[in-house]
Design a binder for this molecule. Structure first.
Ligand SMILES: Cc1cc2nc3c(=O)[nH]c(=O)nc-3n(C[C@H](O)[C@H](O)[C@H](O)COP(=O)(O)OP(=O)(O)OC[C@H]3O[C@@H](n4cnc5c(N)ncnc54)[C@H](O)[C@@H]3O)c2cc1C
Length: 439
């Protein structure tokens, strides 16, 4: 199917870059522009850019398990995974005593990956878990789990750099840097999207606008009840050469009790992170639309450059005491909040906007989009052409809005932690504690 001549992609993360790669290959006659707010790609504040991302086919949903298995294969066997961009170290998924949701997610994932022929081993007791991953200590509090030796991790920043370099080399996509403040609509119907306004007063017009703006999308289109941006804590610590050697081949551990995961270190840096309901950061912004109505809405939007709250640091220290006790009190060299674009069920949103012709959305990563980098663009272009496989089209269609008051983040059985923590409150608690300790 032919696509419009003049296409604008907004956003230079996994969703935008993968779209640009596939679109420029499959539709060479189209004029493609990619507009990114950050002066650089990789964007250090983007969700796609970090030291590591887990690459796994371990899903409780069979469609994602199959798609992820195809993606893992591309990381393993193609240039996507070369030069240290992919490491296959295994993934250990563990669940605690008495958490039937986590046990259920783990058990379903195990059966899915076994069916896909992955090298996975069920670990029904704590002793089995420790046998599979002796680097973790006796202090680990788990009831069981499984290890999938076919999973691995990607150097996330290197993957983004690789995609950008590939696009630069091919020279078919024009890159522009600037921040979109709003969409442009046709004055004839006030519905059809005709381009964007960026950097205050500059405009780019296009026959098709693809928003791949991740956790920021909620400020450009009204996604209330459909996405919520949640901040997830990450911390990094320096380790010695000996410690690096001891830990670099261990499997990544994801503990469903706490959502905490540790990916093996590289270059003497160990990262600890949490897959949780995360922090909300409500901001009041105008309701997006063709004509300003003065109406405003409150949506959670990313905050750049803030440290993790005390709540997150305490959770990491507690987890380290269980997993790697010798690191429990070591200072962090850096911390960061990275933003998920959560949808109610964790399904991506890859679809035309239902009420704005010429606007297409490619977002809703829900904390699990990175692994699909090598094949996501192909699926997005399939969707643009109207050829997406029915099971994916159904999952990634414009979602029904859920009740905002009870929409805390993705409910797919994999999240942990307290719901609806407010970033501003949690940061204030940390500041208060610091002031208190100084008195
Ligand atoms: C802490 C954390 C851990 C994760 N772990 C995993 C994992 O282990 N495995 C996995 O598969 N996935 C993981 N993910 C999820 C994965 O990283 C994301 O799903 C994916 O990177 C999202 O890509 P994106 O393109 O939607 O967003 P982004 O990478 O954030 O890209 C969006 C881009 O749009 C730009 N933009 C936004 N607004 C505008 C604007 N108005 N104008 C111009 N440009 C704009 C931004 O600057 C940004 O560069 C994790 C995510 C986080 C945060």
């Amino acid at each position: 199917m032919s696509l419009p001549e003049n296409i604008l992609i907004v956003g230079g993360g996994v969703f935008g870059l993968s779209t640009a790669l596939s679109l420029s290959r499959r539709h060479p006659k189209s004029k493609i522009t990619l507009l990114e707010a950050s002066p650089t790609i990789p964007n250090p504040h983007g969700s796609s850019v970090d030291s590591s991302r887990i690459i796994r086919a371990d899903y409780s949903h069979p469609t994602y398990a199959k798609l992820a298995s195809e993606a893992v294969d591309l990381w393993r066997t193609t240039e996507w995974g070369y030069d240290g961009r992919y490491t296959q170290n295994g993934l250990l998924l563990v669940y605690p005593t008495g958490d039937s949701t986590a046990k259920d997610y783990t058990t379903k994932s195990y059966h899915n990956v076994k069916q896909l022929g992955e090298n996975a081993q069920f670990l029904p007791t704590k002793a089995d878990v420790l046998n599979a991953a002796p680097a973790y200590g006796e202090t680990l509090q788990v009831a069981g789990g499984y290890v999938n030796w076919s999973s691995g991790w990607a150097d996330a920043e290197a993957g983004v750099r690789f995609a950008k370099q590939k696009l630069d080399k091919e020279g078919k996509v024009r890159f522009v840097h600037g921040e979109v403040s709003r969409l442009l609509f046709s004055p004839e119907d006030n519905r059809t999207v005709t381009g964007v306004v960026y950097d205050q007063d500059k405009t780019i017009t296009a026959d098709l606008v693809i928003l791949a703006t991740g956790a920021w999308t909620a400020g450009l289109v009204d996604l209330r009840g459909r996405t919520v941006s949640t901040g997830q804590a990450i911390a990094y610590m320096r380790i010695s050469d000996d410690e690096q050697r001891r830990l670099e081949h261990m499997p990544t551990i994801l503990n469903f009790a706490t959502g905490i995961f540790i990916i093996p270190p590289r270059n003497n840096t160990l990262k600890i992170a949490r897959h949780a309901y995360g922090y909300h950061n409500p901001k009041t912004v105008p309701v997006p639309g063709a004509l300003p109505t003065g109406e405003t809405m409150q949506v959670s939007l990313p905050e750049r450059g803030v440290p993790i709250p005390l709540e997150g640091e305490t959770a990491f220290r507690t987890a380290l005491k269980q997993l790697l006790p010798t690191f429990a009190d070591r200072p962090f060299i850096d911390t960061r909040i990275c933003w998920y674009t959560d949808t109610p069920k964790g399904d991506f949103i890859i679809t035309p906007h239902p009420s704005h012709p010429h606007l297409f959305l490619a977002t809703g990563g829900s904390g699990h989009g990175y692994k699909f980098f090598p094949l996501l663009g192909e699926k997005i272009v399939d969707a643009l052409e109207g050829n997406l496989a029915p099971e994916l089209a159904e999952l990634w269609a414009w979602p029904e809005a859920v009740d905002e008051d009870s929409f805390d983040g993705t409910e797919d059985g994999s999240r942990s932690g307290e719901k609806r923590l407010l970033l501003v409150d949690e940061l204030a608690k940390g500041n208060k504690a610091k002031r208190g300790s100084a008195l």
